[in-house]
Design a protein around this ligand. Sequence first.
Ligand SMILES: C[S@@+](CC[C@H](N)C(=O)[O-])C[C@H]1O[C@@H](n2cnc3c(N)ncnc32)[C@H](O)[C@@H]1O
Length: 284
Amino acid sequence: MTGTGLLEEHAEHEAAVEDLEIELLLEAAYRHSGYDFRDYTRATVARRLNALANTLGVPNISSLIPMLLHDEPLLPQLVSALSVTVTELFRDPNIYRELRQSVLPTLSTYAFFKIWHAGCATGEEAYSMAILLEEAGLYDRATIFGTDMNSASLAKAADGIYGLATMRDGQSNFVRSGGRGSFANYYHARYKAAQLSESLSRNMEFFVHNLVNGPALENMNLIMCRNVLMYFNRDLKDRVLEMFLDSLCHRGYLCLGAAETIDFSSLADRFEVVSAEHRLYRKL
Ligand SMILES: C[S@@+](CC[C@H](N)C(=O)[O-])C[C@H]1O[C@@H](n2cnc3c(N)ncnc32)[C@H](O)[C@@H]1O
């Protein structure tokens, strides 16, 4: 065999070993703690577990297994490592224009309605929705649920305290989303942080919910789940979409945002497309 052939064979062997290490670690996490990352896309999981092993100064992913089983703090670290919590106030502002135009008129026909932000990270998306509804005079009829598997993120969400950079970006997104009022009315700036107005939390609840094995919620009029399903393999995506169908009320809306699609899902024909651009769907 040539030198290149030997190198290729070695690289293939290393990749197969790493695959096995990941499988064993994810199985250990599931059986030890109930956290189930087994159907997350492998490339992302591999990258993030390698980064965690590096940070902890261990030589490989399998070294994390005994740590996970015997060292309590590793579980939250693992959950954090596998959970990308990047988010923004009024992220992808045009989606809020679309919601204002296509969804709010329907919601306004209900005396009460429920909105679920699944995978809400640190809560900015839920507060953005509260502001959107407040501007439309609909917030008193709404209940907003913000859920995530990451309890540390949810604690930040419940505090509603964000850095000034987050607020600056939020302000410019708010304007681009077609926000009409003054964004400054919705927070109090304090030194290097800003606290969102308590009145925005009045119809909002945050709680831990894992999309992999959590129950359906009941009678949701709108489910927002943006930048989450992209971490799941096709089988898990379908299971979550099925759970969303169970959670939606008759003709409820599902918004997946610009980065996702249901086009390749076996459940695509159970939704009507409201906006292909914003991946906004309606239950058939
Ligand atoms: C990139 S953030 C998206 C935040 C927000 N939806 C947005 O688009 O700005 C992805 C969030 O999904 C959460 N997540 C990942 N897997 C999850 C699961 N199985 N159940 C619930 N949340 C999950 C992560 O913890 C993270 O907070």
